[in-house]
Design a protein around this ligand. Sequence first.
Ligand code: ZN
Length: 281
Amino acid sequence: MTFTRRALLAAPLLTFPAEAAAPLGIVASFSIIADLATRIGGPRVRVTPLVGPGQDAHGFEPRPSDARALAAADLVILNGRGLDAWAARLVPVKTRKVTVSNGITPLGDDPHAWQDPSNTKFYITNISDALTTADPAGADTYRANATLYLADLEKLDRHIRETYAPIPRARRKIVTSHDAFAYYGRAYGIDFLAPQGIAADSEPSAKQLATLIAQIRRDHITALFIENIGRNALLQTISRETGVRIGGQLFSDALTTKDGPAPTYLAMMRYNTATIAEALA
Ligand SMILES: [Zn+2]
């Protein structure tokens, strides 16, 4: 036989061009990893996030329609590290799934690994590998898109480092509503303090809040940020108590819709960086 494995795999393409095939149906647990899957899959995939732009993935209550979407997916994309355990539980055993944070160096139980672009490289590689397994005919497309995106992540990382370079390390202290930026802080030398801890649906005690307010005063922290998710009323209380004004909004766990300032992962990271740098300058 002169047929190679490659020839056998390529043969169906002659009859069914890849362009004409129905796109791979992907369900992603939340908007940020849905964006990454869209970048890598391009027109070969159709990605649906369960938790959409501006919504909170922590403790999300899936609807019956979400369970049906997970059961019907060709591939399910999860963040892992506890953020989307509610989705992982609903994925049928036979359904293909990938946990995109696999391979990162974790910070305790913190699930917000995407806030460090060097972790997002693992997300991209995991997504590209999973797409290739689910749709081998698209392997070259997925590899090419992943290579381009990894270069974009390098560029993003350089941009963030250059932006903070003029700001002294001692000034780089920030308060946000929930603790979503520890990976970002570790990567770029910024201390983030948050009254809500790592889950946006948790509530601080009066004592924790008082400690945070005392620390803001002691350390002369000048940058308070609300988030597109989480309980911003707490931040307003802290702002009133300390006299520190709120420096803007950061996007931590969800993108905006197309008309907002953070419709993609790359736009979100650049927007947050510009907003933080401006408040610290
Ligand atoms: Zn979060």
